[in-house]
Design a protein around this ligand. Structure first.
Ligand SMILES: NC(=O)C1=CN([C@@H]2O[C@H](COP(=O)(O)OP(=O)(O)OC[C@H]3O[C@@H](n4cnc5c(N)ncnc54)[C@H](OP(=O)(O)O)[C@@H]3O)[C@@H](O)[C@H]2O)C=CC1
Ligand SMILES: N[C@@H](CC=O)C(=O)O
Length: 377
C-alpha cells in the first residue's frame, strides 16, 4: 500500500524510519512538508497534490494542532482514504465527525497513537468492549509529566530543567503547557471515554495539571507514604458516566507510583475480564511511530477496522467522581482540615467541585497545588 505522511517531525520521522527499516508491503510515497523544507523527493507542500495522487490509499496525520489537520483528515476520509492519526487535539475535538465520515465513505479511521504513545490502549479497549462494558478506566497518559515527576522524585531534579529535557527528547507538545496543565491528558481522556463508553464524550471535563508541583510537595506526600501522578480517569455506572484529569496522590507502593520516565500505565475494568493494565512508553518518536505503523498494518491486512459508535445514551454526571483533596496553599479555605505544613485536606468533593476550589485558591495564591487522595486499597 502506498501511503502519505502529513508532518515530518518527531512522530512522522519515526513512522518513516520504522516502515523503511522493518515493514514490507507499505511504502511512504508522499510527505507533506512546509515549503522551505522540501529536502526529499517524496515531499510536497501541497495537500491537493497528495489528494490528487490516486495511488495513495492511506494518510498518516502527525502535524498536530486542530487546523488544518481537521480539514485534511476530513478530506482524506471523504475521498475514501484511510486515516491514521496521532493527533489527540484534533481527534478529541472532532471524533464524532471523523467517525461519521469514515462510516459514510467506508474508509478506516485509526487513532491508537493518539493515546498512550506506543501502548496498545485503544485497540485493547475496543477488544474489551466486544464482551464487557467498560466500567472504569484510569491511568498515567502523559509521558512528559511522568518523566518530570519521576526525575523530581528520584533525582531531586528541578521542574524547569527536566521539562526542557523532555522537550529535547521529543516527548513534550509543541506548547508544553498542554502537558503540564493537563490539557494533553484531557484530550486523551475524552478519546478514551468516547471509545470505552461508546459516547460522544463531554469536552468540558474538570482538568488540572502539575504546573505548580514542587519538590516540597512531593516530600510532603512521601512522608505520608504517597507520591503524585497526573491521571486521566473515567467511570460509568447506572446509565451515567463522568471523567476528569487531575494530579492524584497515590500509594508509594502502587504500580502507578513506580512508573518511570516517559512510560504510561493505563487500567481498564470490565465485568468479566476484571482489571487490565497496559504499560509502555507513552511518548517519543519510535514508540509513537510504532503505534501508527501497527494501525497501518491492521488497515493493510484488514485484521482490524474500528467502527466508532457514539450513540450510547449514557448521561454525563460529574458527581460520579468524588475524592478528598489536598491543597498546598496560602489561601484560607472553608471546611478544610490540616494535612501537613502549609497544606489542608477538603473532604468528599466532586472532581468538578475540586477544580472550582482550586480556582478559588489560585486567585489568592497563584502557586497553589492540588491533588486528589487516592483511596488506600
Ligand atoms: N511526540 C510524541 O511523543 C507524541 C506526539 N503525538 C502527537 O503527534 C502529533 C505530532 O507530534 P510531533 O511529531 O511530536 O510534533 P512535531 O512538532 O515534532 O512535528 C509536527 C511536524 O509537522 C509540521 N507541520 C505542522 N503543520 C504543518 C503543515 N500545515 N504542513 C506541513 N507540515 C506541518 C511541523 O512543522 P513546524 O514545526 O515547522 O511547525 C513539524 O515538523 C501531535 O498531534 C502530537 O500531539 C502523539 C503521541 C506522542
Ligand atoms: N506530549 C505527550 C506526547 C504523547 O502523547 C506526552 O508527553 O505524553
Amino acid at each position: 500500500m502506498k501511503i502519505a505522511i502529513l508532518g515530518y517531525g518527531t512522530v512522522g520521522r519515526g513512522v518513516d524510519q520504522i516502515i523503511a527499516e522493518r515493514v514490507d508491503g507499505v511504502e511512504v510515497t508522499r510527505i507533506l512538508e512546509l515549503p522551505d523544507r522540501l529536502s526529499d523527493p517524496r515531499m510536497t507542500a501541497s495537500y491537493d497534490e497528495i489528494l490528487a495522487d490516486e495511488e495513495v490509499e492511506l494518510v498518516v496525520e502527525c502535524m498536530g494542532g486542530v487546523e488544518p489537520a481537521r480539514t485534511y483528515i476530513m478530506a482524506a476520509l471523504e475521498s475514501g482514504r484511510h486515516v491514521v492519526t496521532s493527533n489527540k487535539a484534533v481527534v478529541a475535538a472532532h471524533f464524532a465527525d471523523f467517525a461519521a465520515a469514515s462510516v459514510a465513505s467506508g474508509a478506516g479511521l485509526f487513532v491508537e497513537a493518539a493515546v498512550g504513545g506506543g501502548v496498545p490502549w485503544i485497540a485493547s479497549v475496543e477488544k474489551v468492549r466486544r464482551i464487557d462494558d467498560v466500567s472504569s478506566f484510569s491511568g498515567i497518559m502523559n509521558g512528559t509529566t511522568n518523566y518530570i515527576v519521576d526525575a523530581m522524585r528520584r533525582q531531586g531534579a528541578d521542574f524547569a530543567e527536566v521539562l526542557a529535557e523532555a522537550q529535547r527528547l521529543g516527548y513534550a507538545e509543541r506548547d508544553p503547557s498542554a502537558d503540564i496543565d493537563g490539557i494533553d491528558v484531557l484530550n486523551k481522556t475524552i478519546i478514551s471515554a468516547s471509545v470505552a463508553f461508546g459516547v460522544a464524550c463531554e469536552r468540558d471535563l474538570p482538568a488540572s495539571g502539575i504546573r505548580n508541583l514542587t519538590k516540597a510537595d512531593l516530600d510532603l506526600f512521601a512522608a505520608r507514604g504517597r507520591t503524585v501522578k497526573l491521571l486521566g480517569r473515567g467511570v460509568s455506572e447506572g446509565g451515567r458516566y463522568a471523567a476528569a484529569v487531575e494530579p492524584v496522590a497515590v500509594a508509594a507502593d502502587s504500580l502507578e507510583a513506580n512508573v518511570p520516565g516517559n512510560f504510561n500505565l493505563i487500567t481498564a475494568v470490565g465485568a468479566t475480564v476484571g482489571e487490565l493494565k497496559f504499560y509502555g512508553q507513552g511518548a517519543g518518536s519510535l514508540p509513537t511511530g510504532n503505534a501508527i505503523v501497527q494501525d497501518v498494518l491492521d488497515c493493510v491486512s484488514g485484521t482490524r477496522r474500528p467502527v466508532y459508535d457514539f450513540t450510547s445514551q449514557l448521561a454525563y454526571d460529574p458527581t460520579l467522581l468524588r475524592a478528598d483533596y489536598v491543597l498546598r496553599t496560602a489561601a484560607e479555605l472553608g471546611d478544610a482540615e490540616p494535612y501537613g505544613p502549609g497544606a489542608v485536606v477538603v473532604r468528599d468533593l466532586t472532581a468538578a467541585g475540586a477544580r472550582a476550589l482550586l480556582d478559588e485558591a489560585l486567585a489568592t495564591d497563584p502557586t497553589t497545588f492540588m491533588a486528589a487522595l487516592a483511596v488506600e486499597e
